[in-house]
Write a protein that binds this ligand. Structure first.
Ligand SMILES: [Zn+2]
Length: 433
């Protein structure tokens, strides 16, 4: 049976807003139609959900993160990236188990559902357990087993993990789970290993995601070791012949941006993580002007420290104005596009995803327009970007299935998730202080 959502207003995409009663028809996991006013079909033949005080928006897409890092939330703050990784994160990650990644990913899914994210791009390890958590949660996941190739042993292991993960999970959970290869970064994956990754990506016919040009130090070391920038390096290694998503791209030159545009390298912009780790501010206005697809990510919860895309949305729309002293940069509609349709493109979802339009996947979020953030209601999209927050999210559908109802996940036992994650934290670092 079809489901008809009748709402108070609807944002179809960054350019199309119905500010008044509207409807949206979902059937077989897709959006069949949308329109202004009341549903014109036979109301007896459909399941009707009436939400006259709700604003429907496309589900948000988190274009970069490490879901199970929720386990490390707050475990190491106020350190520069390389010290943070080497002194705090890597030693704790060495103690993580399959079980920990499973529960940590469920915690992330709970948090993302609560804040209106319907799809997320992920790179971590013990990914069979992460994928099982995603399948259970009802979210859409674009998952990869993070690969490090500093010696022969780690390379062989990374290639084996990636191959078995892609083979088992690509297209799983009725297509809600897709996979990519995830070489961690140029400083953990030398050029000949990146070439092997490019070949495996072609063989398995999956895209690639990588951390790129995150810090000034990474770029300096790349120039010193290989005589080229990280962007040039991935091009030389053949990764640009594959669909490629690059996280961060904070320190890129004009020539890099030209290469990115030429090869359609998609960028996951993680403004909060970049600020917290003092990596810098990515040149997003220049990337957008060059026509590069830019989505928004939270990065892992250890460097953010939450998975709330509403915060990234507002930061993306304000940060670049501030650093450039130009209030016209990254307007609300551009930021909204980054968190939805452009994010979907970064996540390699089918063309035209990330919108509430006929033929798109039925990934829908309802916001409570009775919240003060939507009063008086001059401009719905402006309210979403500059005023609203995760607390305004009440209901979420992914592929036409309701996964959040009245702010509570339908699919998850949240008490159990909380209990297990606290138990695992005590095993990692001892009882709380
Ligand atoms: Zn990351």
């Amino acid at each position: 049976m079809k489901t008809v959502l009748e709402v108070g207003a609807l944002i179809q995409d960054a350019q199309h807003i119905v500010d008044g009663p509207a409807y949206l028809v979902m059937a077989d996991g897709l959006i069949e139609s949308t329109g202004a006013g009341t549903y014109p079909g036979d109301p007896a033949a459909v399941q009707r959900i009436k939400r006259p005080h709700s604003l429907a928006i496309p589900g948000l897409v988190n274009a970069h993160g490490h879901a199970a890092m929720t386990l490390l939330r707050g475990a190491g703050d106020d350190l520069p990236l390389h010290a943070w990784l080497e002194q705090r994160i890597f030693p704790l990650e060495a103690k993580l188990t399959e079980e920990a990644v499973y529960w940590g990913t469920l915690l992330a899914c709970w948090e993302m559902l609560r804040s209106g994210t319907t799809c997320f791009v992920d790179m971590y390890f013990f990914m069979h357990e992460a994928a099982a958590a995603v399948a259970e949660s009802g979210l859409r996941g674009v998952l990869s087993w993070g690969m490090v190739g500093l010696d022969d042993g780690s390379r062989r292991q990374a290639m084996a993990h990636a191959r078995s993960f892609v083979t088992r999970w690509h297209g799983a959970a009725n297509g809600r789970i897709t996979t990519t290869l995830g070489p961690h970064a140029p400083y953990t994956c030398p050029p000949d290993f990146l070439r092997e990754v490019a070949a495996l990506s072609a063989e398995l016919d999956v895209p690639v995601q990588i951390h790129l040009a995150e810090t000034r130090r990474e770029v300096a070391e790349c120039l010193e070791q290989y005589g080229c920038t990280p962007i040039q390096l991935v091009e030389r290694c053949g990764l640009c012949t594959r669909p490629l998503l690059a996280a961060h791209c904070v320190h890129v030159t004009d020539a890099d941006i030209e290469l990115m545009q030429q090869h359609d390298i998609r960028v996951a912009h993680n403004p909060q993580s970049n600020l917290k780790l003092a990596s810098g501010v990515a040149p997003v206005p220049r990337l957008l002007q060059a026509g590069v697809t830019v989505g928004l990510g939270t990065d892992g919860a250890a460097s953010n420290n939450n998975l709330d895309l509403f915060e990234e949305l507002r930061l993306a729309a304000t940060l670049h104005k501030g650093v450039s002293e130009d209030a016209t940069l990254v307007p609300a509609a551009a930021a909204f596009h980054m968190a939805t349709a452009a994010g979907a493109r970064c996540a390699f979802l089918p063309p035209n995803s990330g919108r509430l339009a006929p033929g798109c996947t039925a990934d829908v979020v309802l916001l409570d327009m009775q919240s003060p953030h939507f009063v008086p209601g001059h401009h719905r999209l402006s309210d979403v970007v500059y005023a609203a927050g995760a607390d305004d999210v009440t209901d979420v559908w992914v592929a036409g299935q309701q996964v959040l109802a009245g702010r509570e996940p339908v699919t998850l036992d949240t008490e159990r998730v909380r209990y297990e994650v606290i138990r695992l934290r005590e095993r990692l670092t001892g009882p709380g202080n």
